[in-house]
Write a protein that binds this ligand. Structure first.
Ligand SMILES: Cc1ncc(C[n+]2csc(CCOP(=O)(O)OP(=O)(O)O)c2C)c(N)n1
Length: 565
């Protein structure tokens, strides 16, 4: 029996097990929206308030579930509104299938109403994209899209479907894709490289593991823990690798990079071997590359061959899925106790605790700090919490201090640092994990970038808990102005609306906390509330995030406080 291309889009998504389509309708995608009526008991569409909201929600969903997030938009402005999220998903390796409507194929290239070459625009930020002009291509293209998005190093895929292909007839047969010539998502593992790596590790006196999101994406948390525990090697994480190892694990030394920990940065330039697992030596992690870990031999476990030798030359590269390569390496490494080396980290930790952490977590000054809000959140939430953040100072405080005990429980825009990511991503995470307490930590700047998504939260009754850390500044930029531009606060002060009234207008309960005595009660009230809630906390205006590896500095030059002038 013949069906239409639009029906085929939905049936293909259903075949792939899609629960939600986050999207926004418009002329060029209307046939698919019309067909949705027929399948609404099998697949649910969530109407966001902006296409950027739709894609960030799909990202939040994908990050919390490990499944492919799906979003949909119309041609032209609908499609271009997806681009920021696509770029974000590309750099943070998030599996997405984005479906856009396109003008009818006879009009392609004529500057038709709402025509944009979205395949051209999204080319550098998608893992694959494709313009469908014939309805028969739809099942094939969607099957291929899911396969590419979810295998190897995951990423976003875009399928642009001309309107006539949405109307056109086809015989529907769906076959999931499991092979594409010249695409090798699971490389063959070079066993010699594994033995060589094990030999290097066994000879090392001061080995150091740097781990990233590759472990989370590969569902290899258990295999990683086994490797860490047998080898006895201290390990530190990149911002996206954060949930790969329990925060409280005795060999978890903390966060790397610009606002990471003191010990983890300094000792990068003291170790003799780096075992980099599913991380890509981002410049926020390495600081000045010329002075980064030159004393160390580098072993790099990585699924994406393009990342190997891209930034830091590997002495031994193990190209493969860490789910497979880690157990092979664990088998060959000797059981060791590196406690003297670990103690070096702990000594430096004491300095950081005294000079930074205690003062932030238990402040004696009058104003509320971001860190103490997070401490209280940690104390009051149960183990089923998922933290989502926006971008800025609050993001760095959250990465440093949020406790993480379960898998996929910390979601943030890492590589692109996209302000406005937080609110829709938290919404998407709640849709993906309704049984979890999803807590968004957001700044006053970032919240206003996608604040319209309060409407989506209202309509879907998702119980997202929003913690707004309001310092009345674009805080992170203000911090840089203070430290590197002689405190010239150019365009970073913000006059803000009454956020509580705004939330109320969307039917969301809220409370503003102005001083410390009301803080614990405010957090408790928010968590006790069964629906969405906005807790606005007035934060000390000019607090800074430390430690910091200033731009251009080496990781060993990480500072604990502003340089004295
Ligand atoms: C879309 C986008 N625009 C600009 C920036 C640059 N930027 C990074 S952090 C920041 C300030 C964020 O301020 P706020 O949301 O209030 O959070 P805070 O730093 O105060 O915690 C800005 C403007 C960005 N990361 N993303």
């Amino acid at each position: 029996m013949k069906i239409t291309g639009s029906q085929a889009v939905l049936l293909s998504l259903i075949e792939e097990g899609t629960e939600f389509i986050f999207g926004y309708p418009g002329g060029a995608i209307m046939p698919v929206y019309d067909a949705m009526m027929q399948y609404q008991d099998q697949i649910k569409h969530i109407l966001t308030r902006h296409e950027q909201g739709a894609i960030h929600a799909a990202q939040g969903y994908a990050r919390v579930t490990g499944r492919v997030g799906v979003c949909m938009a119309t041609s032209g402005p609908g499609a271009t509104n997806l681009i920021t999220g696509i770029a974000d998903a590309m750099i943070d390796s998030t599996p997405l299938v984005c479906i856009t409507g396109q003008v009818g194929s006879p009009l392609l290239g004529t500057d038709a109403f709402q025509e944009t070459d979205v395949v051209g625009i999204s080319m550098p930020v998608t893992k694959w994209n494709y313009l469908v002009t014939k309805s028969e291509e739809i099942p094939w293209a969607i099957a291929k899209a899911f396969y590419i998005a979810s295998t190897g190093r995951p990423g976003p895929v875009l399928i642009d479907i001309a309107k006539d292909a949405q109307f056109g007839p086809l015989d529907f047969h769906y076959k999931k894709c499991s092979y594409i010539r010249s695409y090798v998502p699971k490389p063959t593992i070079n066993e010699e490289a594994v033995s060589e790596a094990a030999k290097l590790i066994n000879e090392s006196k001061k080995p150091y593991i740097l781990f990233g999101q590759g472990i989370v994406l590969g569902n290899a948390e258990e295999e990683f823990k086994a490797f860490v525990e047998k080898s006895g090697i201290p390990a530190a994480w990149t911002i996206l690798g954060v949930t790969a190892l329990d925060t409280n694990h005795p060999l978890n030394m903390g966060m790397l990079g610009m606002h990471g920990n003191y010990s983890t940065n300094i000792l990068t330039n003291d170790c003799d071997t780096i075992i980099a697992v599913g991380m890509r030596f981002d410049d926020r992690v390495t600081g000045d590359l010329k002075r980064y870990a030159n004393q160390a031999r580098i072993i790099h476990l990585e699924i994406d061959s393009a990342e190997i030798n891209k930034i830091k030359k590997a002495d031994v590269a193990i190209h493969g899925d860490v789910k497979d390569t880690l157990p092979m390496l664990t088998k060959l490494v000797e059981k060791r106790d590196h406690s003297a080396w670990v103690a070096k980290f702990r000594e430096l930790d004491k300095i950081e605790k005294e000079k930074v952490i205690d003062l932030e977590m238990y402040p004696t000054k009058e104003g509320i700090t971001m860190a103490e809000v997070i401490r209280i959140l940690n104390e009051k939430t149960k183990d089923n919490v998922v933290y989502v953040t926006d971008v800025g100072q609050h993001q760095m405080f959250a990465s440093r201090y949020c406790k993480r005990q379960s898998r996929r429980s910390f979601i943030t825009s890492g590589g692109l640092g996209t302000m406005g990511f937080g609110l829709p991503a938290a919404f998407g995470a709640k849709m993906g994990a309704p049984e979890k307490e999803v807590v968004l930590i957001v700044g006053d700047g970032g919240l206003q970038m996608t604040i319209q998504e309060l409407g989506t939260i209202m309509q879907s009754e998702a119980a997202v808990k929003i913690v707004l850390l309001n310092n009345k500044y674009l805080g992170m930029v203000r911090q840089w102005q203070q430290l590197f531009f002689d405190s010239r606060y150019s365009q970073t002060y913000m006059m803000n609306p009454d956020f509580i009234k705004l939330a109320e207008a969307f039917g969301i309960k809220g409370k503003k906390i102005l001083d410390r005595p009301n803080l614990v009660g405010g957090v408790e009230e928010m968590l006790a509330h069964s629906g969405a809630y906005l807790l606005e906390v007035s934060i000390e205006k000019e607090d800074n995030v430390f430690p910091m590896v200033p731009t251009g500095a080496s990781v060993a030059e990480v500072i604990l406080e502003p340089a004295k002038k």
